[in-house]
Design a protein around this ligand. Structure first.
Ligand code: TYD
Ligand code: MG
Length: 458
């Protein structure tokens, strides 16, 4: 019996397949990208499947690979990467246009090329050699082992890399390169994936580390680099705090290190400069006592950052009460609001926490996005303080996770957080009842929300 023949329409941008033609791809939205292909639908039953079985190796006979990492000696970069760049690994650096990706990779390239016997290839399809040289001059980069390729064909780049065997290849950006084996525009999903897999082959065979630069918009709309995230070893985002004072390097995936580390930089006239002691950079140490504002600390990786939590609670004028959060998880805010309404019982003062007719706006000052349960207590206190219009001391820090029963629970690294608060001159800490070693800062231990709130009313 002959095999059935069928027509399918394949999108040249994203490889989606359809049974009917249309002017626009329903998956990626590209226009006029559907092309007809004829395929034979073979019956599996009729075929004889012959495979050679894969080789089975005993783990006992496998030697662990441990190659020395390439250190950039820029501490903030090395920390985010988990101690340096792993040879043979693929790193994706994403960020919005103009955020400083080309600048940071140029500085990384320079740092690696300064090592003995380490050459680096910088591939750019975006800017001309002259423009890049201009940036290098600005960054005071003058390194003999730094090579440049102004080419967008990835096969040519790979052939060149096979000749000089660099320690690091930088592709700025993955959206501008293309492989001649795939028949679609540079920047399309197919080309991005195709070029990346070519580079992965190179990394596997010759062991250079590869850094891919990818442009993404804030909402991740340009899906190209996003589609690479599961293929590459490390994904790093370069972003800025809301106040736009600092650039933050953040690993969201790392096969060779932890993912919570932040690298913090200031952009200067001559490139990125590390911010060495960033414990209080998001904080204004000279603020006044305000209602609705309290300090807390968030752990990002191994470091603590002191931050100010602000809440504004106002009467709802019309409709449902609003809950808004900036820098904090909105769901978490809603949970904490419910706990505050249900689990606080301050009979002695005849005041109830009733948030049913109030709008709540919560803000993490300084623009850091935080996600740390230790902030719960500070959020609850800020909301209550604003609701009751009770000013809080500007030298007080609150730490503690709040459970659904209104109980205040212990948090990770409590001692480390208290030490940092002490170092920055804070006087009092409201904390869960747990063992602590720190002696200098005055601590007030609270078991539940009611106890914490009664401190406000004193
Ligand atoms: P760039 O690295 O080109 O951003 P991206 O590659 O992410 O698009 O640089 C972005 C901005 O940084 C640009 O507006 C100029 C500025 N800049 C400095 O402030 N100082 C410097 O030393 C350099 C090189 C750039
Ligand atoms: Mg650039």
């Amino acid at each position: 019996m002959p095999n059935k023949i069928s027509n399918i329409y394949t999108c040249s941008n994203c490889d989606a397949q359809f049974s009917k033609w249309s002017g626009r791809c329903l998956e990626c939205g590209a226009w006029s990208s559907l092309q007809m292909k004829t395929v034979e639908l073979k019956k599996l039953k009729d075929q004889e499947i012959k495979v050679t079985p894969a080789e089975i190796i005993k783990f006992a006979n496998i030697k662990a690979e441990s190659s020395a990492r390439l250190k950039t000696n820029i501490d903030e970069v090395d920390r985010v990467l988990g101690g340096g760049i792993m040879p043979g690994s693929i790193i994706l650096i994403s960020g919005e246009p103009g955020i400083g990706k080309s600048t940071i990779v140029a500085q990384i390239a320079n740092a690696i090329a300064a090592g003995i016997d380490k050459s680096v290839i910088y591939v750019s399809g975006e800017e001309s050699a002259g423009q890049i040289k201009e940036r290098f001059n600005r960054l005071k980069i003058n390194c003999q082992n730094l090579n440049f390729i102004n080419e967008v064909n990835i096969e040519k780049t790979i052939a060149a890399a096979e000749q000089i065997k660099p320690a690091l290849i930088i592709i700025d950006s993955i959206q501008t390169v293309y492989t001649s084996q795939i028949d679609s525009e540079p920047g399309s999903l197919n080309q991005i994936r195709g070029s990346a897999s070519k580079l992965m082959e190179l990394a596997k065979n010759h062991n250079p580390a590869v850094i891919l630069v990818g442009h993404v918009t804030k909402d991740g709309l340009i899906a190209g680099p996003k589609s690479l995230e599961h293929i590459v070893d490390t994904v790093i985002y370069l972003e800025t705090d809301n106040a736009k004072h600092f650039k933050i390097l953040r690993a969201t995936k790392n096969r060779f290190g932890s993912v919570n580390e932040l690298g913090i930089f200031a952009m200067t006239g001559s490139g990125f400069k590390e911010v060495k002691n960033p414990g209080a950079i998001f904080l204004d140490m000279h603020r006044e006592n305000l209602s609705g504002s309290i300090l807390s600390s968030a752990m990002e990786g191994t470091r603590t950052f002191l931050i100010e939590i602000q809440a504004l609670v106002t009467r709802t004028i019309f409709g449902y009460p609003q809950r808004k959060a900036s820098g904090f998880d909105l769901n978490r805010l809603q949970i904490l609001t419910a706990v505050l309404s249900k689990r606080t019982d301050i009979n002695s003062s005849q005041k109830n926490i009733n948030l049913a007719n109030h709008d709540i706006i919560l803000n993490v000052v300084g623009g850091l996005r935080v996600n740390d349960p230790a902030l719960d207590l500070a959020v609850c206190l800020a909301i209550t303080s604003s609701l009751l219009n009770q000013k809080m001391n500007n030298k007080t820090i609150a730490l503690g996770e709040v459970g659904l029963g209104g109980e205040v629970r212990n948090v990770s690294k409590l001692d480390q957080r208290l030490k940092e608060a002490e170092k920055l001159g804070l006087a009092t800490a409201i904390i869960p009842s747990a063992e602590i070693k720190t002696k200098k800062i005055k601590t007030i231990k609270v078991k539940n929300l009611s106890e914490a709130i009664s401190l406000l009313l004193k």
